[in-house]
Design a binder for this molecule. Structure first.
Ligand code: HGY
Ligand code: MN
Ligand code: MN
Ligand code: MN
Length: 378
């Protein structure tokens, strides 16, 4: 069962980056999911953004949903997202093999653009599906080529989450807690608050050879000192601050840049800690800009509050917090009883081809998910 469901083809070799929505590689994955759902006689429903739910129609009452995402970060791993989708399909197989007859509808979901790799907003699909984000607020989001979301999809479409009474997302662990506890499966207690902030540094373009250091107004210097300050600040209280994306203008080897745009991804154990981390970094960046003769504009792009998972799965497994964002966090914040199951990742590494999960642990995850779904859909 597991071998024919192994996460399909998503690896660094395929660039690991699916320009969501509807890039060719993503289309392949979405087509694979539709094929798998149809092969199981599940009823497919999709909204105009591209979110999909494959329903095992049964019984009546509030539906039980499980699933994850199929998109990836640039050069991501093969499990972040697909493991949850594949395991959901495998759990349907396991329940059928047990002869289980659900008393309420059971759905397998795939939300688009969970990583926000293309339009810059994480969990775009689940935010739209849950109503956390309106179509009018999302339509104008643009990718790196300036293509607007509204140019790619219409938005709207059936309210896929109407009548959903519970959501469970299985996900590869993005850390080492389960390795350290020698446990194949765990559940999430909470998702840390996290935010994305755009830092625009502006200075004066000039010649790399003829411009004395003292005469420069170099935004790259201000950015570099800001990244250093963020790193130091986050270490003070075991928070997280990452500048992983940078755009330099004009981006020439022999030109002092005129502009540097950098995106800060900040995650903290509390909303107060997040606010004070970002304030401290912004304050230090502004001070540095004053010294360098550059200017700074900081624009919050998305900020998500703390999420505590209230849905008790009744499993005797480790309960661990996560600083990774998930569609489950969006649905929980929208008031849907939600939980997350984690599967051990021996490398502990994620958002990298080094992300791993052992087949035996994946199967343990499927069995745990099937147990949970059997309880919720009875
Ligand atoms: O960024 C995250 O935490 C998630 O992988 N989207
Ligand atoms: Mn991810
Ligand atoms: Mn993920
Ligand atoms: Mn020249």
């Amino acid at each position: 069962m597991w071998s024919d469901l192994a996460p399909v083809g998503r690896s660094a070799s395929s660039g690991g980056y699916f320009r969501q929505p509807f890039a060719s590689a993503e289309r392949e994955l979405a087509a694979w999911f539709v094929e798998q759902a149809e092969a199981r006689g599940l009823r497919l429903e999709s909204d105009a953004t591209g979110n999909v739910v494959a329903w095992w129609d049964a019984g009546a009452g509030a539906g039980v949903l499980t699933g994850s995402h199929l998109d990836s970060v640039l050069d991501g791993g093969a499990y972040d997202g697909p493991l949850g989708v594949v395991s959901a399909l495998a759990a349907v197989d396991a329940l059928r093999a047990r002869g289980f007859a659900p008393q309420r509808p059971l759905g397998v979901s795939v939300f688009v653009e969970e990583e926000g790799s293309r339009f810059g907003l994480a969990c775009l699909g689940s935010r739209l599906a849950s109503g956390a984000l309106t179509w009018s607020a999302a339509a104008g989001l643009r990718d790196r080529d300036g293509v607007a979301l509204a140019d790619v999809v219409e938005g709207g479409g059936p309210a896929l989450l109407e009548g959903v009474g519970a959501f469970v997302e299985l996900h590869v662990e993005q850390g080492r807690d389960l390795v350290d506890r020698d446990a194949p499966v765990g559940v999430a207690s909470e998702i840390w608050p996290h935010g994305r902030y755009r830092f625009d540094f502006a200075g004066e373009a000039n010649h790399a050879g003829t411009t004395r250091m003292a005469d420069r107004r170099d935004p790259m210097l201000t950015y570099a000192m800001t990244a250093l300050a963020a790193n130091k600040q986050a270490r003070l209280a075991d928070q997280r601050a990452t500048f992983g994306r940078l755009e330099v203008t004009p981006n020439g080897t022999n030109a002092v840049p005129s502009h540097v745009t950098a995106w800060l991804d900040a995650r903290c154990s509390s909303e107060a800690a997040l606010a004070s981390l970002v304030d401290a970094v912004t304050r230090q960046a502004a001070e540095r800009a004053g010294r360098d003769g550059t200017t700074l504009t900081v624009t919050p792009e998305s900020v998500s509050g703390a999420v505590a998972f209230g849905l008790d799965l009744g499993l005797d497994v480790p309960v661990i917090p996560t600083a990774a964002g998930h569609d489950a966090g969006i649905l929980a914040a929208a008031g849907i009883p939600t939980a997350m199951l984690f599967v051990r990742n021996p490398s502990g590494v994620s958002h990298s081809p080094a992300e791993t999960a052992e087949p035996a642990d994946c199967l343990a995850g499927v069995e745990a998910l099937a147990d949970v779904l059997e309880r919720l859909a009875s």
